[in-house]
Design a protein around this ligand. Structure first.
Ligand SMILES: Cc1ncc(COP(=O)(O)O)c(C=O)c1O
Length: 449
C-alpha cells in the first residue's frame, strides 16, 4: 500500500523527473510509492502535499529541537538575510554565535563553524591527524560520522555477520567509490567493549591519531554508553597522545545544552556539533580543547569553507541557543519524551512483545528484540519486520517516526501531551494490526478495547 496521497504521488513523480530518485539525500528515498513530499512544517508537525498532518518524530533526523519554523529563529534568520549572508571576512553574527556556543560548550577553548556534520567530522579528523602526526583512526561499529570517505565504514547498514571477530573486527565499507587505501587507516571496534579498547591500545596505542565516537549511538538505536566506557576512551587517548573526538552531531544541543559532554561528564579533545545547533538551518561547529587550537593556529593543517559562519546560519544558531537557554524547552522535551518512553514500553508489555525503549527523552529508539543491547552486534536479530510494519501503520494514521528502527525518534519542544496521547493510541493500534496480520496477536487481545 502506498504512503502517498494523490497530490503527494504527483509531486513525487515531478521530483523523480528532476532529482535522482526524487531526493537530495540518498537516505530519504523510501521507494517510489512511499517517499513523501512535504509542503510545510509547523511546531511538532509536518504536512504532505495532500495536506495530511503527521506528528513528526523524525525532526529532520535530529535538527528540529524547538519545532519546525520556530518564529523566534525565523525572525532572526530573516533579519540576518536582509543584511547580507556571506562575506570574505569575519562577521558580527559569527562572533556572537561562537561566543554563544562556547558559553554552552564550556569545556572548549575555541570553535570553528562549518555547514554540515560531514564537513565537521572531516575537518576534525584531519586536524587530529595533523596534530598527532599519525594516520590511524579508531571508530565504533554502527556509528555514523557523515558521508566523506574517511569514516564510512561499519555504519548502521553493515551486516553483523560480516564484521569478523570482536577483538579484530573487519571494517565494512559502506559505499563503492572509496579507495581501498583508506581502509588501511581505519579500525573498528564494538561500542561499549572496554576490553577490546584496552587490547587495541595495548597493541596500537602509539599508532592512533584519533578515536571518534558518538557518545550515545545516535545512528544505532540510541544505545547509551555503559558506565566506564567513555572514561576508558578518555584515559587511553591521554595515555597515548591520541585525540579523542566526540561526534555530537546528534547529541549536541539535544541531550542538554552542553550535549553529551554535560550529560555523561567526559571531556573530549574535539567535538563536532551540527543538527540541533541551528534548529534546521545548516550550521555546524568544531569545538577544540586549548591544546588542539594550536593545530590550526600555527597553520599547515587546512580548514576552510566559503559558507562557514555565514550570517543566516549563525543567526539561527544564536536564536536557537537563546531559546534553549532562556525557555523551558528542555523541560518540555523531557516531559514529552519521558511520557512517550514510558507509554511505548507500557504498550509493548500489554501486547506481550519483547523489547524496550533505549536512549534519552530527546532521542530514543524502540528496540524489538531480546535483552538490552549495548552495542551494534547485539541488534542483529531485532524484529525489523514487525517494527517497519508498525511504523508504516503509524504513518498511515498520521504519526511519523523513521521506518528504520535503528534511527531514533526525536522529540522537540513543540511536541505536546496531545501528540503523546495520539502517538500512544496509534502505536497500540498499529501494533495490534501488525501482530494480527502476522498471526501473533495474543488471543485475549484480539478485540479492540
Ligand atoms: C553522528 C553524526 N555525525 C555526522 C553526521 C553527518 O551530518 P550531515 O548529514 O549534516 O553531514 C550525522 C548525520 O546524521 C550524524 O548522525
Amino acid at each position: 500500500m502506498s504512503m502517498q496521497g494523490a497530490q503527494t504521488a504527483e509531486w513525487f513523480n515531478r521530483a523523480r523527473a528532476a532529482l535522482v530518485n526524487g531526493v537530495s539525500s540518498g537516505f530519504r528515498y523510501l521507494g517510489d510509492k512511499d517517499t513523501l513530499v512535504i509542503s510545510r512544517g509547523e511546531g511538532g508537525h509536518v504536512y504532505d502535499m495532500d495536506g495530511k498532518r503527521y506528528v513528526d518524530f523524525q525532526c529532520a533526523w535530529g535538527p528540529i529541537i524547538l519545532g519546525h519554523a520556530d518564529p523566534f529563529v525565523t525572525d532572526a534568520v530573516v533579519a540576518a538575510a536582509r543584511q547580507g549572508t556571506t562575506f570574505a571576512m569575519t562577521q558580527q553574527r559569527e562572533v556572537e554565535a561562537a561566543e554563544a556556543v562556547l558559553a554552552a560548550v564550556k569545556w572548549a577553548d575555541k570553535i570553528r563553524f562549518t555547514n554540515t556534520g560531514t564537513e565537521a567530522t572531516m575537518h576534525a579528523l584531519r586536524l587530529a591527524r595533523g596534530w598527532a602526526g599519525r594516520d590511524l583512526v579508531l571508530k565504533f561499529e554502527g556509528h555514523y560520522h557523515g558521508t566523506h570517505d574517511q569514516l564510512l565504514f561499519t555504519t548502521a547498514g553493515a551486516p553483523p555477520a560480516h564484521l569478523g571477530s570482536r577483538l579484530r573486527p573487519i571494517p565494512y565499507q559502506a559505499s563503492s567509490g572509496i579507495p581501498d587505501a583508506i581502509r588501511t587507516y581505519v579500525r573498528t571496534l564494538p561500542f561499549n567493549d572496554i576490553e577490546a579498547v584496552d587490547d587495541f591500545f595495548d597493541d596500537h596505542g602509539h599508532e592512533i591519531a584519533a578515536v571518534i565516537v558518538e557518545p550515545m549511538a545516535g545512528n544505532a538505536f540510541g544505545i547509551p554508553p555503559e558506565p566506564g566506557f567513555l572514561e576508558t576512551l578518555r584515559a587511553r587517548c591521554s595515555e597515548y597522545y591520541a585525540v579523542l573526538i566526540f561526534d555530537e552531531v546528534k547529541t549536541g544541543f539535544r541531550l542538554s545544552l552542553g550535549g553529551a559532554v554535560e550529560t555523561f561528564g567526559v571531556v573530549p579533545d574535539i567535538a563536532t556539533y551540527a543538527k540541533a545547533l541551528g534548529n534546521g538551518f545548516p550550521v555546524a561547529a568544531i569545538a577544540l580543547a586549548a591544546d588542539l587550537v594550536e593545530g590550526w593556529k600555527l597553520g599547515g593543517i587546512a580548514q576552510a569553507g566559503t559558507y562557514s559562519g555565514n550570517g543566516v546560519a549563525t543567526a539561527a544558531a544564536i536564536a536557537t541557543i537563546d531559546r534553549l537557554e532562556k525557555t523551558d524547552a528542555f523541560q518540555r522535551i523531557e516531559k514529552v519524551g519521558t511520557a512517550l518512553i514510558e507509554g511505548l514500553e507500557g504498550v509493548l508489555a500489554e501486547f506481550g512483545v519483547e523489547g524496550m525503549v533505549l536512549g534519552h527523552p530527546g532521542m530514543f529508539s524502540v528496540y524489538l528484540g531480546e535483552g538490552r543491547p549495548t552495542e551494534y552486534r547485539d541488534i542483529a536479530d531485532h524484529n525489523a519486520r514487525l517494527y517497519t510494519a508498525v511504523v508504516e501503520g503509524m504513518i498511515g494514521r498520521g504519526v511519523m517516526p523513521c521506518v528504520d528502527a535503528r534511527e531514533p525518534w526525536f522529540t522537540c519542544a513543540a511536541h505536546t501531551m496531545e501528540d503523546v496521547h495520539l502517538t500512544l493510541e496509534v502505536f497500540a493500534e498499529s501494533l495490534r494490526e501488525s501482530l494480527a496480520r502476522a498471526g501473533t496477536l495474543p488471543s485475549h487481545l484480539d478485540e479492540p478495547d
